[in-house]
Write a protein that binds this ligand. Structure first.
Ligand SMILES: [Zn+2]
Length: 86
């Protein structure tokens, strides 16, 4: 297990548990992969970028707090429907 903070003055009991929106506090590591077209990157092949995230062991949702900013926005902003006319 990695310790995010290596400060010896910090007592674990002083920290707040990060909890999922469902209330669960246990997470497991997972990966998302972003694929970038070679047309976009100029590389000879498509490139794949792994993004590590942590999944709630109870409901399986990624822990939003630890997501990269870009993905967080994507998750929180609802996709605009491109229906032509209502
Ligand atoms: Zn959960």
């Amino acid at each position: 297990m990695q310790q995010p903070m290596a400060n010896p003055n910090i007592n674990l009991n002083d920290g707040r548990d990060v909890a999922c929106e469902c209330g669960n506090r246990i997470f497991m590591p997972g990966f998302r992969f972003k694929k970038f077209s070679r047309l976009l990157t100029g590389q000879p092949n498509d490139s794949i970028l792994p993004i590590e995230l942590f999944l709630c062991t109870a409901c399986g949702k990624p822990l939003n707090e630890l997501l990269p900013k870009e993905l967080k926005e994507e998750a929180s902003a609802p996709k605009i429907d491109t229906n032509p006319v209502l």
